[in-house]
Unconditional design. Structure first.
Lengths: 290, 342
């Protein structure tokens, strides 16, 4: 059985090194100013999708991402690893969206895409850590959701069987297709880039990128349709302007503060035996230990 | 006009026991409800709910809604979401709190999407306050301030939902404190007819197998924690921390970096994306002290930091800083504890 698989992915700022200048005045993120990476758990989701494709020849894996035009970078990355193509949902009015406006926009794109059997995505993105977009898209599409997936055990007869990794154990559930499955970081790691695929897809580009390419590369894209990464805007997915971006977001950022911890006066010790024995004696004397 | 609608807490339970995170939220919910002058309500959905309210009332719940059906346990997304959606349309709570657990983080988004109400995940503080919209100038009184770290813990954002109700928030276990309001507190029990809230079609996801084990690791309630960071170097490097923990009767914790590197199990992770702890003594070994880690342990009574970098950020919040290599210091701690304790 060949499947139409959608993988939801997000290009995220690398949250390991960011400062306050990374935030705009309205409290939303200034993504343009930060190094951007493929959200780690979306790669785990991509791997599950590629395994389904391996097991079901003739299947297609399409990456759907919402963000700045440069998010085409992660679509290309996914193509290097095995995806067939992708869509960048990008438009100025999408900006400043909270999770609800984001899931509405993505759900509109999924509806536009049409025929799909399963939607996979990472459990959560490292810039927000909310884990909300997957279930919200499922609700918007009126289909079931399976969150915290670690492995897809089986897909047959219109159902998918999934092992979920929960706080204190595992659960195996069976859900009818189509459905949304969000994948944990504990799932199998994504396969690396494939050298042949890198050669094949290295000139893949979205319309925005194509416009900046030299003429010979533009001609190449016209000659090879599979190199064209789609770019969809709000009008194309028939999004209601009142439900996208900042106006479509019920949550508003009231304030943003840098985190400052109050420093304590502390006692600095060396690692010599006397200092450490005295510390232990003190801790025993004041009943902290012992 | 002030919103006089109530505040509701979705309560999780297993094996007849209400989850700690739900009791923590009831405690917080009680305080917020007092501040707003409204009732605190609790919602329990599942099977075998007889007498479950007795565990909830002491935390100050005025109403406990019970929806009982054997198909409602164990939890699955659609049926529980339907109960919340249909009930909320009826009783219109102004605030809904739930645990940031595998259940709450699965359920909350589905409900918020259907009701078009804002949901803030993993709040670390909840307060009531006034808000003026910067653009429209419209003023709102007594909104729920949902305070949460964002951007990998580098910033703290205050989120409000000015227009949509309920204002929904999830909170991780251990972040709020659990405190009995009054052991004799009594409220009203309202049994709801499940057939009125759930359709047969909602039961579309089938649970085939379920192995839930009580975690053997109990970091949250341990009075002493020995925590290791990326600086421990390896899984083997953590061995000496287990020895020290054994000696002191402590539990071993880890930073996110150490867990990501595979040095320790995920259940041991302390910080914003792990467990929040408040032990009597916290010994940080080779932990530099990223914001997201400090946020999960800064309320420890006494903090000892062992680090060969005298400028490690964690040192600023430590009571004792030991400049040295963990490999040298930890064996000495063990040795002198054994020598001096009876």
């Amino acid at each position: 059985m060949s499947l139409n698989i959608i993988v939801l992915a997000k290009q995220v700022p690398d949250t390991r090194n960011v400062g306050k200048d990374a935030m705009k005045e309205d409290g939303t993120i200034n993504r343009a100013a930060l190094p951007a990476i493929f959200n780690p758990e979306d790669l785990n989701a991509l791997e599950q999708a590629l395994q389904l494709k391996d097991a079901n020849p003739g299947s297609t894996v399409t990456v759907l991402t919402m963000g700045l035009p440069r998010a085409a970078e992660i679509v290309r990355e996914a193509m290097y690893r095995g995806a067939d193509g992708g869509i960048v949902l990008t438009d100025r009015p999408f900006g400043g969206a909270d999770t609800l406006a984001t899931s509405y926009s993505l759900a509109q794109a999924v509806k536009k895409f049409g025929n799909y059997d399963i939607i996979l995505g990472g459990r959560q993105a490292i810039d927000g850590d909310t884990a909300q977009v997957g279930p919200q898209i499922a609700e918007k599409l009126g289909i079931p959701q399976v969150t915290y997936a670690e492995e897809i055990l089986d897909l047959s007869d219109g159902h998918v069987t999934v092992k979920r990794r929960l706080e204190h154990g595992v659960e195996v559930v069976k859900a009818p297709l189509p459905c949304v499955v969000t994948v944990n970081g504990t799932a199998a790691e994504c396969r690396p880039r494939n050298a042949q695929r890198v050669m094949k897809y290295k000139y893949a580009a979205s319309p925005s990128e194509k416009a900046n390419l030299p003429e010979d590369k533009q001609a190449l894209l016209e000659a090879r349709p599979f190199l064209n990464i789609k770019e969809w805007n709000a009008a194309f997915v028939e999004a209601d302007p009142a439900q996208i971006g900042l106006p479509g977001s019920p949550t508003k950022v009231k304030a943003v503060e840098n985190v400052v911890f109050t420093a304590k006066e502390n006692l600095v010790l060396n690692d010599d035996d006397t200092a450490i024995e005295n510390l232990i004696k003190d801790l025993i004397a004041n009943h902290t230990i012992g | 006009m002030t919103d006089k609608n109530n505040l509701i807490v979705y309560c999780e339970f297993d094996e007849g026991k209400v989850a700690d995170v739900s009791l923590e939220l009831l405690t917080k919910g009680r305080a917020l409800a007092d501040r707003l002058g409204v009732k605190l309500e609790a919602l329990v959905i599942g099977d075998n709910l007889k007498g479950i309210e007795e565990q909830i009332f002491p935390y100050g719940a005025d109403v406990v809604y019970k929806v009982e059906d054997k198909r409602l346990f164990p939890y699955t997304s659609n049926p529980h979401a339907s109960v919340l959606i249909n009930l909320f349309k009826e009783i219109k709570p102004q605030i809904c709190l739930m645990g940031a657990t595998c259940i709450g983080r699965d359920l909350g988004p589905r409900v918020s999407s259907c009701l078009h109400s804002g949901l803030t995940a993993d709040c670390t503080a909840l307060e009531i306050g006034d808000h003026k919209d910067a653009k429209t100038g419209k003023e709102y009184t007594d909104l729920l301030f949902q305070i949460r770290p964002a951007f990998g813990g580098n910033i703290v954002a205050t989120i409000v939902n000015p227009e949509c109700r309920p204002q929904m928030a999830t909170v991780r276990e251990g972040v709020m404190k659990k405190e009995v309001r009054d052991p004799n507190y009594k409220g009203e029990v309202i049994d709801l007819d499940p057939n009125k809230y759930v359709k047969d079609d909602d039961f579309i996801v089938e649970i085939i197998d379920r192995h839930i084990e009580k975690s053997k690791i109990n970091i949250k309630n341990s009075p002493i924690i020995v925590a290791g960071g990326y600086g421990m170097g390896s899984k083997e490097g953590f061995d000496m921390l287990y020895k020290l923990a054994d000696t002191l009767g402590a539990e071993v914790g880890a930073s996110r970096a150490a867990v990501d590197a595979g040095f320790a199990e995920h259940e041991r992770q302390i910080g914003q994306t792990g467990v929040t702890v408040r032990p009597k003594l916290y010994i940080a070994c080779g932990i530099s002290g990223q914001i997201q880690h400090i946020a999960g342990m800064q309320e420890s009574s006494i903090i000892i930091s062992i680090n060969n970098d005298p400028n490690a950020p964690i040192n600023t919040i430590a009571d004792y800083v030991i400049n040295g290599n963990v490999e040298d210091v930890v064996p000495k701690l063990i040795k002198y504890y054994k020598k001096n304790s009876k």
